[in-house]
Write a protein that binds this ligand. Structure first.
Ligand SMILES: [Zn+2]
Length: 248
């Protein structure tokens, strides 16, 4: 819900898909159904907050960044296990995997946990504002924000030359059943940098169950399958390393 400054604000509420499905079922039984909403939420004053970053510096081109990330904040109905703790731990795990494999990447691989995706995207906007610091350039931006489900590939927000290049890597992802590279939206946190022309990648997952959990009290860690979550991290690590070694 957003307002132009000149418009008088009225109370607004968001209904999760789980809640909307329940209302729909109840309405079918009783078309005269009325509900009573008690809204206790308030918008508190802004406070200072931060994105969290970690990286493995590239040995040849440290100023060229391959970014992988998710967002730290979540709706407080559940604990945000799928949306988006999964994306955060996968980004950390990418660095962990690269380190454990003893690989020194050619370009810098940076894991970023963005703040405030759900309520204004200010972590993503702040990062984009800072992104020209110290002569850095971003080669690619990868986001996982569709839940910690089994990965199937990536959606790409990039030109056809990048798409063509990445598609030539598909066989490397096929043993993980994650070799689908298709055009599409990449992610909210990275969107303002993608708009500036940096190629964006969104982890594409088997998301049929996402809206059983999304923005509801059901979004808790017991709904995340550890194996599926781990394979997502492996797929992201593979993409990061390929881009780091070969460029785009
Ligand atoms: Zn999210």
């Amino acid at each position: 819900m957003g307002y132009a400054d000149s418009v008088r604000k009225i109370p607004a509420a968001a209904v999760s898909t789980v809640g909307a499905d329940m209302l729909s079922r109840l309405l079918r039984v009783d078309s005269g159904l009325t509900i009573r909403l008690r809204l206790s939420a308030r918008t508190l004053p802004d406070i200072r907050s931060a994105n969290v970053l970690g990286e493995i510096r590239g040995w040849e081109k440290p100023e060229e960044i391959v970014l992988v990330g998710g967002h730290l904040d979540s709706w407080d109905k559940g604990t945000g296990a799928h949306d988006d703790a999964s994306g955060c731990v996968q980004a950390i795990e990418v660095l962990h995997l690269v380190k454990r494999l003893g690989i020194r990447p050619r370009r810098t691989i940076r894991a970023v946990m963005f703040m405030n995706e759900e309520n204004g995207m200010r972590g993503g906007l702040g990062y984009a504002q800072d992104s020209n610091r110290a002569g850095e350039t971003h080669v690619a931006l990868i986001e996982s924000d569709r839940g910690g489900f089994a990965p199937r590939g990536f959606t790409l927000d990039a030109d056809s030359l990048v798409l063509q290049k990445v598609r030539s890597w598909e066989p490397l992802f096929e043993p993980l059943n994650a070799g689908r590279f298709v055009r599409g939206y990449s992610g909210v946190d990275i969107s303002s940098m993608v708009k500036k022309g940096v190629p964006g990648f969104g982890l594409l997952v088997e998301a049929h169950r996402y809206f059983d959990y999304h923005h509801s009290a059901n979004d808790t860690i017991d709904k995340v399958n550890p194996r599926e979550l781990e394979i997502g991290a492996v797929v992201e690590a593979l993409l990061c390393l390929l881009i780091s070694e070969r460029g785009l």
